[in-house]
Design a protein around this ligand. Structure first.
Ligand SMILES: Cc1ncc(COP(=O)(O)O)c(C=O)c1O
Length: 421
């Protein structure tokens, strides 16, 4: 087309026949039904649902997971529809989509939509709890010592403001066992204890906490519980009707492989009268606690709808199968890395006390340099931990990883331990 023809096309208002580069990607083949015993071939077809190039082994799910192609497609399609016609009439249907995601979240966690708040991430969910409870001088909050700042610094700062006290339950390494924690909390509880807050699975070394037992202990004494589920939501087949916490938090962009800046806060019906909403604005949710708790102003509704798509993909694959796969890959990693001379593993050697996080110190190697070499030379993504407290490298595999990724990671660490970086 020459310049004159192009100008004529614009003048008559016709569509310019160019696509914006990079807005399309090949659609993956349909996912086959999950076999009774999923094999490596099945998991390869799961891997193909993600747009990461096949040679890239990202072992960093505890930090951020990729969205699958169906999630990206939903996000793109709904955003485009909204921006092509941003009238209130066209956008009305987005509210229905958001409520559908709430229902999917409730099914996923086995609770009711009336107990679900769609937040922006775990940090926000945790902070809505520590800000919203009526705590005062004389009250006490018990925390596990190994918590994310959104569930640790947040309580400490609010304690300064409102006058309550915060006490840490130590978290020794290696994981001392579930009974140790039930016992430690039982001993630490006093008549002043009002809240117990802990991380279901720690991001540091992958210590799993006995959520059901700790929630029962607290409930029997009239104490509220906040379970930080950032590292279990979308990884474990979490059943909140069984665990029965008062509050549970999670992020879409971690293990559920959903869009960024979406999260969940579960508020048990019995705890709802005990917590204040922190933000009051327009556009709350339509049912239950979301009517008062979720009025955060204008939201990214296409992302909220894509969040639902992510949950549906996991449900289709099977949540128990996903949990089993992540456990299996982690154990294979622990076995492989554990055989390398000079490596110190921080993650529990007991398979029942951990899930999909492996932290280890690779001898005297500089972990930043090692992580950079793994990424640049071996196409492996992971996380590092500096400082003196359990420093090293962290691998966190998920259902889009394969045994090939595990073997590649073990071989690469072995190579650098032998040659240096
Ligand atoms: C245990 C735990 N809680 C909370 C968070 C915060 O998650 P987000 O950044 O999605 O708010 C993280 C992030 O890694 C985490 O590991």
């Amino acid at each position: 087309m020459n310049r004159r023809e192009f100008a004529r096309l614009l003048a008559i208002g016709g569509a310019v026949p160019f696509l914006t580069p990079g807005t399309a990607w090949p659609r993956p083949a349909d996912l086959p039904p999950t076999p009774a015993s999923p094999d490596e071939r099945f998991w390869m077809s799961v891997r193909e649902q993600f747009v990461m190039p096949p040679d890239l082994a990202i072992l960093n799910a505890a930090n951020l997971c990729p969205s699958s192609a169906p999630v990206l497609e939903t996000l793109y399609k709904v955003t485009k529809d909204m921006d092509q016609d941003p009238s209130m009439e066209n956008r009305a249907k987005l509210g229905d989509g958001r409520e559908n995601t709430r229902k999917l979240l409730a099914d996923f966690l086995r609770v009711t939509p009336e107990e679900i708040v769609i937040t922006r991430n775990t940090s926000e969910s945790n902070n809505l709890v520590s800000t919203g409870l009526d705590l005062k001088a004389g009250d006490e909050v018990l925390l596990t010592a190994d918590n994310h700042p959104s569930n640790h610094t947040a309580w400490q700062e609010k304690a300064k403001r409102f006058g309550f006290t915060v006490k840490d339950i130590p978290t020794p390494n290696p994981h001392p066992g579930f009974e140790y924690y039930v016992d430690a909390f039982t001993k630490a509880i006093t008549p002043r204890t009002k809240v117990i807050a802990f991380t279901h699975l720690t991001s540091t070394v992958g210590d799993l906490f006995p959520a059901k037992e700790l929630c029962r202990l607290a409930r029997e004494r009239g104490i509220l519980t906040l379970v930080d589920g950032a590292q279990t939501f979308g990884l474990l087949d979490v059943d909140l009707s069984d665990i029965q916490p008062d509050f549970y938090s999670g992020s879409a962009h971690k293990w559920p492989c959903g869009p960024k800046e979406n999260g969940v806060l579960y508020i048990n019906k019995s705890a709802q009268p005990k917590i204040w909403a922190s933000i009051f604005s327009a556009y709350p949710g339509r049912v239950g606690v979301s009517k008062t708790f979720e009025g955060f102003g204008q939201r990214d509704e296409p992302a909220m709808i894509a969040f639902g798509e992510a949950l549906q993909l996991q449900t289709k694959i099977g949540r128990a199968a996903i949990e089993k796969r992540s456990r299996e890959l982690t154990q294979a990693l622990i076995k492989g890395i554990g055989k390398i001379d000079g490596v110190k593993i921080w993650t529990s050697p007991e398979a029942s006390r951990t899930v999909a996080v492996l932290s280890f110190q690779p001898g005297n190697l500089d972990v930043r340099k090692l992580s950079m070499a793994l990424y640049q030379k071996d196409r492996i993504g992971c996380a590092t931990r500096g400082g003196q407290d359990r420093p090293g490298l962290r691998f966190s595999p998920h259902f889009y990883n394969t045994h090939n990724d595990v073997e590649k990671a073990v071989a690469a660490v072995k190579k650098y331990m032998a040659t240096g970086v």
